[in-house]
Structures are given as structure tokens and as C-alpha cells.
Ligand binder design. Structure first.
Ligand SMILES: CC(C)(COP(=O)(O)OP(=O)(O)OC[C@H]1O[C@@H](n2cnc3c(N)ncnc32)[C@H](O)[C@@H]1OP(=O)(O)O)[C@@H](O)C(=O)NCCC(=O)NCCS
Length: 169
């Protein structure tokens, strides 16, 4: 069993997160970016992480294998009449897939959502991303719809499933 530490991201992690995003973007076509990453500067990433820290309902988690960033999960709470819900994003380095890092991150995200009064976690996932769909289903997420052609990669249109975890009961 590998030793993985999961903790909330700090603004000081910004540089490592930017590098991580580029690596993960190059490893999979499941995300909204490729090897170019998010395009955020270190300052922008730091400011985003500060906002996440300051918002009680939102959280950005990092999974570390020693000093190497190997996974992230973020829960982004929504405002006003949507303040009972939050959107989820989760990634793990390809070299670590199927080692339960995704499960550990998701468990902590769900705990955080419950402890902070959130009632729904929502996400969109490529309809052919069987590993992610399996993971979400294992934690109780249900498919609530499909968004046709949500991504366009080159000339390919890619459908996404909409999934939701109802935490009210
Ligand atoms: C989705 C992702 C976060 C999962 O992370 P992970 O650390 O591999 O997750 P875990 O090891 O905890 O769980 C993976 C599960 O998927 C299962 N799985 C793997 N490949 C599968 C497949 N092709 N079909 C069905 N299930 C599959 C594994 O058996 C495991 O299930 P189990 O816990 O019941 O044994 C990771 O694959 C990833 O980062 N992918 C690229 C980015 C991405 O797709 N993010 C989600 C965007 S919505």
C-alpha cells in the first residue's frame, strides 16, 4: 500500500498545481484542457486557492506521494439560490490510477460537503469514462442526464453524463 497524504491546498502549492495540471492534461482526454494546462499564472492560481480556502463550503484537496502531487479534488460551491449545491472535479496521475487515491479523495470531499451543509454534489463526466463513472456510482452518484457534444476535441464531439449525489437523506 503506498503512503498517500491528502490535505487542503495552500497558495504556496500554486506552482506545483500548475505543473501537475499540464501533466494530467497530457495524460488523458477526459479533461477540459490538454498538455497546455489551465493557462493560469502562478498569481492567478494562488488567488484561486485563497478564494477556495476562504469559502467554507468549497475545498481544494491535494494528494501527495512524498513531495510529488499525484491527485487533486475540488468542490466548488455555488452562490445564492444554488448555494445548496457544489460542483466536483477530480484527477489522479495516470501512473497511480486504480490505487484508490480517487476513492480517498472522493470520500473526503463527500465528508466535507456533508459537514458544511451542502445538499447536492454535481458533476459532468465523459459518457465513455468508465473508471470515473464506476467511482462516482460506487459513492452513490446517480446519472441525471446527458449533455450532447459537451466537448469538441479536434473534429470529435463527445457526450457527457450529468451525475448528482443527493446528500439530503
Ligand atoms: C477517474 C479517476 C480520478 C479515478 O482515480 P483512481 O485513483 O484511479 O480511482 P480508484 O482507484 O479509487 O477507483 C477506480 C475504480 O474504477 C475501476 N475501473 C478502472 N477502470 C475501469 C473501467 N474501464 N471500467 C469500469 N471500472 C473501472 C477500478 O476497478 C476502481 O474500482 P473499485 O474501487 O471498485 O476497485 C482517474 O482515473 C483519473 O484521474 N482519470 C483522468 C481524469 C478524469 O477522468 N477525471 C474525472 C473527470 S469527470
Amino acid at each position: 500500500m503506498i503512503d498517500i497524504t491528502i490535505r487542503e491546498a495552500k497558495p504556496e502549492d500554486a506552482e506545483k498545481i500548475i505543473e501537475y495540471i499540464k501533466k494530467i492534461g497530457a495524460e488523458t482526454n477526459n479533461l477540459s484542457y490538454g498538455a497546455e494546462g489551465s493557462g493560469m499564472t502562478v498569481e492567478q492560481e494562488q488567488s484561486f486557492l485563497r478564494t477556495m480556502q476562504d469559502d467554507k463550503q468549497s475545498i481544494f484537496l491535494c494528494a501527495w506521494k512524498d513531495t510529488e502531487l499525484v491527485g487533486t479534488a475540488n468542490l466548488h460551491a455555488l452562490p445564492r439560490r444554488m448555494s445548496h449545491r457544489a460542483n466536483l472535479g477530480i484527477t489522479v496521475r495516470k501512473s497511480e490510477w486504480n490505487n484508490k487515491i480517487g476513492s480517498k479523495l472522493l470520500q473526503k470531499i463527500i465528508m466535507h460537503a456533508k459537514n458544511n451543509g451542502l445538499e447536492f454534489i454535481n458533476l459532468e463526466v465523459r459518457s465513455d469514462n468508465m473508471a470515473a463513472i464506476h467511482l462516482y456510482t460506487k459513492f452513490g452518484f446517480k446519472k441525471t442526464g446527458v449533455i450532447p457534444a459537451f466537448f469538441k476535441i479536434g473534429f470529435d464531439y463527445i457526450n457527457f453524463d450529468v451525475m448528482s449525489l443527493d446528500l439530503r437523506y
